[in-house]
Design a protein around this ligand. Structure first.
Ligand SMILES: NC(=O)C1=CN([C@@H]2O[C@H](COP(=O)(O)OP(=O)(O)OC[C@H]3O[C@@H](n4cnc5c(N)ncnc54)[C@H](OP(=O)(O)O)[C@@H]3O)[C@@H](O)[C@H]2O)C=CC1
Ligand SMILES: Cc1cn([C@H]2C[C@H](O)[C@@H](COP(=O)(O)OP(=O)(O)O[C@H]3O[C@@H](C)C(=O)[C@@H](O)[C@H]3O)O2)c(=O)[nH]c1=O
Length: 283
């Protein structure tokens, strides 16, 4: 299976490169700010499947740069999906829990209405809509709270802060599933294989780590597993103001991924242990 990946340095893209023999395109060879160029790369490629793991992921900065983020998160995946559809190539696109409003406490099902609360979520939703409208064989994998030993993420932020702080205030009323990038890569590769074998496979699916926790619970588990003496105080979102509004409920229902692809939601505490082992002594 020849796999073409958009994204080279990101968390999920890095794990894809660690787990499979893939062609990974960085910004230098495929800039998502130029959607037509991304489509042209696909048209000229001999790949069997395309995975888009690149995105504008700076949630707060997106509030000031929504037009830029829209091209990268909305127009580029749309162009990729059209290019894939034109040559009959399965396309896997990664999306986010932030397409949901964050109301209620039930896990979001794939069929639930979307209502993004911030610019990043709106641009990611535009990408989902464009991919679906392209009409080819595609899958949209919505995930949440991604962490790994690479790039930027909440785990690394907490470890960095623990070097200078022995107490932290962390929001306790936003609930979601931390998801190891390694598990996302594994799921995407399995989906790619299955989509190649069965042209009827695809659709929108959820993949979020279990059990669902608050960011404060997540921080506590990070410090426990890393053996760092940091006290975490849970605070309401209102006490941690940020430019972008974040959903309170990011729980994801992964039923369809399990039914259609036989892929279970990952246990994030095990994944955290692996990441901390990789990071040992570096932060
Ligand atoms: N991080 C998270 O918590 C979550 C992520 N997701 C989604 O998962 C996917 C993977 O995320 P993750 O691995 O965390 O991403 P990262 O933030 O780790 O990396 C983003 C990647 O996108 C690339 N990129 C950004 N802009 C461009 C551009 N204009 N042209 C080419 N490449 C570009 C970056 O390249 P460069 O290094 O050159 O900037 C980098 O490789 C994304 O679709 C994201 O929306 C979903 C839920 C949660
Ligand atoms: C550093 C810090 C953050 N927080 C809060 C802010 C925020 O509500 C929460 C997480 O902050 P972050 O900025 O790391 O997370 P954020 O960038 O919002 O993470 C999101 O990224 C995008 C790409 C996604 O798609 C989402 O699924 C989600 O993972 O923790 C604290 O309460 N205390 C702290 O000391």
């Amino acid at each position: 299976m020849r796999i073409l990946i958009f994204g080279k340095t990101g968390q999920v893209a890095t794990e894809l490169q660690l787990q499979a023999d893939v062609v990974a395109l960085g910004r230098d060879s495929a800039d998502l700010s130029d959607p037509a160029a991304c489509a042209a790369v696909i048209a000229a490629s001999d790949c069997d499947v395309v995975i888009n793991a690149a995105a504008y992921t700076a949630v707060d900065r997106a509030e000031q740069e929504e037009a830029v983020a829209h091209v990268i998160n909305g127009d580029a995946p749309t162009a990729m999906a059209h290019a894939c559809a034109a040559r009959g190539t399965p396309f896997i696109h990664i999306s986010t829990d932030y397409v949901f409003a964050g109301t209620g406490t039930d896990p979001w099902r794939v069929s639930d209405p979307v209502a993004p609360q911030n610019a990043y979520g709106r641009t990611k939703l535009a990408g989902e809509e464009g991919v679906r409208a392209a009409g080819g064989q595609s899958a949209i994998l919505r995930t949440s709270w991604v962490f790994s030993a690479h790039g930027n993420n909440f785990v690394k932020t907490m470890l960095r802060l623990s070097q200078t702080r022995d107490a932290l205030s962390v929001v306790a009323d936003q609930i979601g599933g931390p998801t190891p990038a390694a598990d996302i890569a594994k799921a995407a590769l399995s989906m790619a294989q299955q989509m190649l074998s069965d042209p009827n496979k695809g659709g929108t699916h959820h993949f979020g780590g279990t059990p669902a926790v608050s960011w404060a619970d997540f921080a506590t588990e990070i410090f426990t597993q890393a053996n760092r003496a940091v006290t975490v105080s849970g605070i309401p979102t209102a006490d941690y103001p940020t430019p972008a509004c974040r959903p309170l409920n990011s729980r994801m229902d992964g039923t369809t991924l399990e039914t259609d692809f036989n892929i279970a939601q990952p246990d994030w505490k095990t994944g955290l242990g692996c990441v901390l082992k990789t990071l040992e002594h570096t932060i």
